[in-house]
Design a protein around this ligand. Structure first.
Ligand SMILES: *Cc1c(COP(=O)(O)O)cnc(C)c1O
Length: 398
């Protein structure tokens, strides 16, 4: 044991190995135990009153308010995001919708990027619309001065998601956040793609959203979401709304996600490298018009990625030449043997999905030809490229 604190702050990978460990409470075992339960027993009524504290604190008084398993994961995610507090919720989608409910009420207005995750858009168009909360979709790459013209006196929330779902537009997060803060508007960001490589709070975000289902879970067997804040007032708002809705995540899933945290960085760096290698292969094929991978030099949004990100995950888009038939692109995906066809991403396995027809209301859609989304897993990229090479023989001119 040393008396002096370390001279330099611990680096990210070291903190990921340290955070959320139970220490003496786990009887010396490395990991915190999986705690399941509803009722928490107390020795006396006075003890129960003392344990309760503030409902918004991580108090051990009732399972719905969280268990040590939840709190360990919350500490870990707050650490990864560079925030102070985190609320675990039942899914990534719940992590998107719950802060919207926390900050918006009847008559309010909300700004959403046109490239937002589809189910978040659906929530705005159905639940928020039904509550008389208006949503305007803005082109995701709009510059801050142009966005400032879209604020109304009733605007309460600016939502960001960078890069955009399916179309991978990079947003100028610090610029847009500054424009919002000048109007007293809260900045919410879906930071699922940027996990570990983008520090939302250092770039002006107030509330950061993670679908832990993706790389934190990492094995395609957990559904979970996280909402992280830095300011105490935001934490109270988010936590208070989560409790009001009875939001709850299974401790089993939290325990699995915490296990995922320990290898997150290793997987991400490996998958980043493989992803860039496969993305480069795509970019060299004549059948491909554009590779939507922000980390590729020359790709749309690359300058913003270079300025704001320290790395990239392994999810990207591919736009084929306009004269490639959409049917043959689907046949190509069907012919892949190492890529699964399915939703989600962030697992250890590679996936492919057609994205042609993605909904856009503004003129921002960059998809001139048939398009697909690829997630690169932990397979050897040489095998993935060989698989893609054989499948590409299915591509045909329209
Ligand atoms: C998958 C995803 C979500 C939702 O996560 P679920 O856990 O599947 O509900 C939210 N945002 C983005 C950007 C996603 O890719």
């Amino acid at each position: 044991m040393t008396e002096d604190p370390p001279q330099t702050p611990l680096r990210a990978d070291t903190r990921l190995a340290q955070v959320g460990r139970a220490g003496a409470r786990a009887h010396g075992f490395v990991n915190p135990p999986l705690v399941r339960g509803s009722t928490v027993l107390h020795a006396s009524c006075a003890d129960r009153a003392a344990a309760g504290g503030h409902r918004l604190e991580q108090a051990l008084v009732y399972g719905l308010l969280g268990t040590p398993t939840h709190f360990a994961l919350e500490d870990a995610i707050a650490e990864i995001e560079g925030g102070t507090r985190c609320q675990i919720v039942s899914s990534g989608l719940a992590a998107c919708t719950l802060p919207l409910m926390a900050y918006l009420k009847a008559g309010d207005h909300c700004l959403m990027p046109d490239s937002v995750y589809g189910p978040t858009r659906h929530f705005c168009d159905t639940v928020l619309a039904g509550l008389r909360i208006t949503t305007t979709y803005y082109p995701p790459t709009l510059d801050p001065a142009a966005l400032a013209l879209m604020f109304r006196p009733t605007t309460r929330v600016l939502f960001l998601e960078s890069p955009g779902s399916h179309t991978f537009e990079m947003q100028d997060v610090p610029g847009l956040a500054e424009a919002a803060h000048a109007r007293g508007v809260k900045v919410l960001m879906d930071n699922t793609w940027g996990i570990h490589f983008f520090q939302p709070f250092a770039h002006g975000v107030d509330v950061s959203i993670q679908a832990l289902t993706k790389y934190v879970g990492g094995h395609s067997d957990v559904l979970l979401g996280a909402i992280t804040t830095r300011a105490e007032e935001d934490w109270e708002r988010v936590r208070g709304t989560a409790l009001a809705f009875g939001q709850y995540a299974s401790p089993d899933d939290c325990w699995l996600a915490l296990r995922g945290v320990r290898t997150l960085s290793v997987r991400l760096y490996h998958q980043m490298e493989s992803g860039i290698r496969v993305a480069r292969w795509f970019s060299e094929r004549p059948e491909v018009q554009t590779v939507l991978h922000p980390a590729l030099p020359g790709a749309p949004g690359h300058a913003i990625w270079q300025r704001d990100y320290t790395g990239a995950c392994s999810l990207f888009g591919v736009v084929f030449q306009p004269d490639i038939s959409a049917e043959s692109m689907v046949a190509m995906i069907d012919a892949l043997t190492l890529f699964g066809i399915g939703a989600s991403w962030g697992g250890y396995e590679s996936l492919a999905l057609p994205t042609t027809g993605t909904i856009r209301r503004t003129a921002s859609a960059p998809l001139a030809g048939p398009a697909a989304r690829f997630h690169i897993g932990l397979e050897d990229p040489a095998d993935l490229i060989a698989d893609l090479t054989q499948a590409f023989s299915r591509l045909r001119r329209a």
